[in-house]
Design a protein around this ligand. Structure first.
Ligand code: KG4
Ligand code: ZN
Length: 347
C-alpha cells in the first residue's frame, strides 16, 4: 500500500511516498528557514503564503522521485493538527483536492504523534508500553503509549518549547536561526560548560517542563541583570561583566552550559515518567532529538535505568512527510480514515 504524506504545519513544506508504513519511496522537504531567519522565528502569514507557492511542486516532486503517477497512490495522509492554522489549511486543502480528484481516502494525522512514529520507524518490534518525549520548536511533551493507537499526553511545557528556547538563546548569542544546530556547533568541544544555569522541574501532578526561567538566566548572564531605575540603552550590552559577546570562548561556554541544562531537564523528566508509568521503553522525537548531547545523555540514562531507548533517526527528527505517510498507514489499518469534511486545528 503506497501512501502520499503531506506536511505543512509550520515552516517546512513536505511530501513523501511511503510503502506499507516503512519503505520510503521519496522524501521531499522544502524548507522556509531562509525566509524566516531575518525575523528570528516563523512568521505565520509568510509561512502560509510560501506553502501556497510550493505545495504543488513539492507533491509533484515526491511522486516523481517515487516513480509513481498520482492515480497509483492508495491514500493521502495529511497533518491536520496541531500547527499554524493558515499553514495547515494549505496542506489539508491540497490533500482534499487530490483525494477528490483521485477518489482516494484521506487520513488525518496528528503532527506530534507522527514525530513519535518517526522515532519508532526503524524498530522491528518496539517494546510497549513506552514513554515518548517530543521536543521541537513548538512542543515539549511527554506521552504514555500502550500502542501506536493510544497516545496519552502526560506532561508538557508550561511556557517555551525546548526548541524555542534554543532558537531564542541562539539569538541572544548572535548565532544563527534555527538555534539548535547553531548552538550545538558553538558548544562543540566545551563539554557541559562551566555556568550553572538553573534546571527547572515544575511541581504539581503533571510531568511538566518550563524553559522560560533558563532563557531569562541566559539573557541576564549575557546582558546583565536589569536594575530598577537604571536604564539600559538599546543596542548596548547592558552591563554584564560576565560575558563578552565578541569572545568566541564566552559564546561557546554559554552555548555549552545552556545545552547541557536543557538536556539534563529533558532526560531527568523522561526517566521520571518512565519510572512513574513503569514503562520499559523510552522514545525521543522532534527536531531537538537531533541534538548529540541530548542523545548521549538519554541513551546513558536509559541504560542506567534498564530501559530500551529509541532515538529518532536525525534525518526524520525535524519536520518531514515520511512520518505523516508512515503513521498514516498504521491509522489506515485501524480504520481511522477521514473525509472531505476533515478540519484543521491549531491545537
Ligand atoms: O520538529 P521541528 O522541525 O519543528 C517543529 O515541529 O517545531 O523542530 C524544529 C526545532 C527548532 O527549534 C530547532 O532549533 C530545533 O528543532 N533543533 C535542534 C537541533 N536541530 C533542530 N535543537 C537542538 N539541537 C539540534 N541539533
Ligand atoms: Zn514538528
Amino acid at each position: 500500500m503506497k501512501i502520499l504524506g503531506i506536511e505543512s504545519s509550520c515552516d517546512e513544506c513536505a511530501a513523501a511516498v511511503v510503502e506499507a508504513g516503512r519503505k520510503v519511496l521519496s522524501n521531499v522537504v522544502a524548507s522556509q528557514v531562509e525566509l524566516h531567519a531575518r525575523f528570528g522565528g516563523v512568521v505565520p502569514e509568510i509561512a502560509s503564503r510560501r506553502h501556497l507557492e510550493t505545495i504543488v511542486p513539492v507533491i509533484e516532486e515526491a511522486l516523481g522521485r517515487a516513480g509513481l503517477k498520482a492515480k497509483e497512490l492508495d491514500a493521502i495522509a495529511v497533518t491536520h493538527r496541531p500547527g499554524l492554522i493558515g499553514a495547515l489549511l494549505v496542506g489539508l486543502s491540497a490533500a482534499k483536492g487530490l483525494a477528490l480528484a483521485l477518489g482516494k481516502p484521506i487520513i488525518p494525522v496528528h503532527h506530534v504523534e507522527a514525530h513519535i512514529y518517526a522515532a519508532l520507524m526503524p524498530q522491528e518490534e518496539p517494546v510497549f508500553p513506552l514513554v515518548a518525549l517530543v521536543v521541537s520548536g513548538g512542543h515539549s511533551s511527554l506521552y504514555y503509549l500502550e500502542s501506536l493507537m493510544e497516545m496519552k499526553p502526560i506532561g508538557s511545557t508550561l511556557d517555551d518549547a525546548a526548541g524555542e528556547a534554543f532558537d531564542k538563546v541562539s539569538a541572544i548569542l548572535g548565532l544563527a536561526y534555527p538555534g539548535g544546530p547553531a548552538i550545538e556547533k558553538a558548544a562543540q568541544g566545551r563539554g557541559e560548560g562551566t555556568i550553572p544555569f538553573p534546571r527547572s522541574f515544575p511541581g504539581g501532578e503533571g510531568l511538566n517542563f518550563s524553559f522560560s526561567g533558563l532563557k531569562t538566566a541566559v539573557l541576564y548572564h549575557c546582558r546583565g541583570v536589569p536594575k530598577p531605575g537604571k536604564k539600559i540603552a538599546p543596542g548596548t550590552r547592558g552591563g554584564s561583566d560576565k560575558f563578552d559577546p565578541d569572545s568566541a570562548g564566552d559564546v561557546a561556554d554559554v552555548a555549552a552550559s545552556f545545552q547541557s541544562a536543557v538536556a539534563d531537564v529533558l532526560v531527568k523528566r523522561t526517566i521520571q515518567a518512565a519510572q512513574k508509568y513503569d514503562a520499559p521503553s523510552i522514545v525521543v522525537g522532534g527536531g531537538v532529538a537531533a541534538n548529540s548531547l541530548l542523545r548521549e545523555k538519554m541513551a546513558a540514562a536509559a541504560k542506567k535505568h534498564d530501559k530500551h531507548c529509541y532515538l529518532s533517526p536525525c534525518e526524520w527528527a525535524t519536520d518531514n512527510a515520511v512520518m505523516i505517510a508512515g503513521l498514516g498507514y498504521i491509522l489506515y489499518q485501524a480504520g481511522r480514515i477521514g473525509g472531505l469534511d476533515t478540519e484543521a486545528y491549531p491545537r
